[in-house]
Design a protein around this ligand. Sequence first.
Ligand code: TRP
Length: 329
Amino acid sequence: MREKHLTQSAGSVDAASERSSFADAVGYYLSLQPRQLPSRYFYDALGSALFEAICRLPWYPVTRAETRLPECHARAILSHLDPLSTVIELGSGSGGKLGLLIALGRRSPNPLTVHLVDVSPTALAAASDALSRLEATTVVTHALRYEEGMAQIASRPRTSCRNVVLFLGSNIGNFDRPGAAAFLRAIGSSMAEGDGLLVGTDLVKSERDLLLAYDDPLGVTAAFNRNLLVRINRELDGDFDLDAFAHRALWNGAESRVEMHLVCTRPQQVTIPASGLDFTMPDGESIWTESSYKYRPEGVAAMLEHAGFLVVAQWIDGGFALTLASRSA
Ligand code: TRP
């Protein structure tokens, strides 16, 4: 049964204020040493499409592992969350993994409300279209950052049934360690005791495999990374010489993270009027665009317990872990 009318859009930021916060963030992060760019701006329409392509690359195993896990364990995962009324997915992307979890794991057709929080309106539209086909499921989209989406959802009346928050795609890995701890604590503060949190984390593996996942032979990840400069040129009237930036992925073993950089290969003067920037970039200087921290299974459990959760179960598939925790008292 298709219940299109059950899709609602609860919140999004208007285009003018989105552009001005993008301009401010670019101005701030590009002035830091080393120069940086915040990774949430990867996901414009083209960036979201390139990211979907990354998820299909044979060298990027995260999405496949995270699809196999609900395929095998959906029933077990949801049995810990009974009675469930609300699923919140932060950074839902195309919503495919959540769709599988619900379709395969749900035992009773109790009405379910699904809240999708993602900065990409294109990804939200695709995900809500797919998920609203599920039986007795209301989909509410929030085109907002994680914290803002969580706050908006927490301000709504809730039932006495359980809520579960999904944070998949190794997205927790894009925070540094203190940032991840603070983020988990913030999420926990808008959850009730007994609510669930399902976190997907990529695990430490061989350097070769980790680097291939973030620097693929087809150059899709390089295009995804460079698209951030394309977006700055288009939306903020920047003048980055796009051909003069190379994609670099590095494994930083001491910090247990893959770092993504854009390295300037030809000296240039960069002007971004909307951000009040005018600076020179010498050959070899880089812009750090993203980090992807890799975990060990026991490290994930320790991080969650430290942030006020009790670990309920952990499923491991190859190089990937799915950990279910519940909000403690
Ligand atoms: N959350 C994803 C990860 O860390 C995001 C991601 C995948 C990504 N590939 C990327 C971010 C390449 C920047 C560049 O695995």
